[in-house]
Design a protein around this ligand. Structure first.
Ligand code: RUB
Length: 314
């Protein structure tokens, strides 16, 4: 698949989910470099790779895993002195990112499974590889668990989730998003993924997550977020906001119906923000942390200490 095809598939959601988007984007960058002729001109090679990175970055705005992954791969490529060095660094960094991303999922699954007691009923929302990993690991350990999964309008990612759960013989209950509050009394805890986590510990995830967290808070049920450290958004330290993707209105209301309703406006935000107060724990590969330790992750894991921050303002 070419880089443009990968970009198109991310944009049209054939490739989706924050972790997968990051891994596929990094693979596309690595494979794109292989298609470029060797000219000995490092600057030209780096320019072309920056252009390619820009195309990938323009696909979807919310999942911070995408810019973080591209930055991890491109950072040292930019300072390479020869084309061959730039190519080698790019290959090594891309492979390292993909490997560490998979390892992170395994560690999160192991830690998350510890928080799913035998006999419990877990609610999940959307289709998160990190969240599902914990549920599958709990099942693998022989725990008797059940899952409540939402439909996830308008893209119905819940169908992907229930397919995986069914394939793994996990008893699952499927329901429309608006039934979340009614279902709260039947579940024990909530586990979801994340597209971005801000410095104040707020979690950006599939729209509807914040309503689930609000209902869980009311019902005194724990909300666990599972997220690899590259889902933390260091630039929120500088006051940058996470852009919430708004997709086309015809994903919600067909054009032919909308055409008959000239006074009706359709909004289609695909993510929302859950404040830290509604989250009990964020499970990362670095450990299970309370959300207010988000800055520690940014400093220790992503290298955004106070020195780096000051450099941003110079
Ligand atoms: C996917 C979504 C997922 C997160 C985490 O939204 O909100 O919960 O991306 O997923 P979309 P993962 O379907 O719009 O991409 O844990 O797999 O990274």
């Amino acid at each position: 698949m070419t880089l443009l095809q990968t970009a198109e598939q991310i944009q049209t959601m054939q490739i989706r989910g924050a972790g997968k988007i990051a891994r596929e984007a990094v693979s596309a960058l690595r494979d794109h470099a292989e298609t470029l002729p060797h000219t000995g001109d490092a600057a030209a090679f780096i320019r072309e790779m920056e252009h390619a990175a820009g195309i990938l970055l323009g696909t979807r705005p919310t999942a911070v895993s995408l810019p973080n992954a591209i930055q991890m791969v491109m950072r040292d490529v930019r300072t390479a002195r020869t084309e061959e060095a730039a190519r080698r660094i790019l290959r090594e960094k891309a492979d390292a990112f993909i490997w560490s991303s998979r390892t992170a999922l395994d560690r999160i699954a192991a830690m998350g499974a510890n928080h799913i007691p035998d006999g419990s009923v877990v609610m999940t929302h959307c289709n998160s590889k990190a969240a599902l990993g914990c549920i599958l690991e709990a099942k693998r350990q022989g725990k008797n668990i059940e899952v409540y999964a939402t439909e996830v309008r308008p893209w119905n990612q819940g169908r992907l989730t229930i397919k995986t759960l069914n394939d793994n013989e996990i008893p699952t209950t499927y329901f429309v998003d608006s039934a979340v509050r009614s279902m709260m009394k039947e579940i024990d805890l909530v586990i979801v993924g994340a597209d971005a986590i801000t410095v104040n510990g707020a979690v950006v995830n599939k729209v509807g997550t914040s309503q689930i967290a609000l209902c869980a808070n009311e019902a005194r049920k724990n909300v666990i977020v599972t997220a690899e450290t590259y889902k933390f958004a260091p630039r929120t330290i500088l006051g940058e906001l996470i852009q919430i993707e708004e997709r086309a209105q015809n994903e919600v209301l067909p054009d032919e119906i909308a055409a008959t309703l000239p006074f009706v406006r359709v909004k289609n935000p695909v993510f929302d923000v859950t404040p830290a107060d509604y989250i009990d724990m964020i499970i990362t590969e670095a450990g299970a942390l309370p959300p207010h330790l988000a800055y520690t992750i940014m400093r220790e894991y992503l290298g955004w200490g106070l020195d780096e921050l000051q450099n941003q303002f110079l």
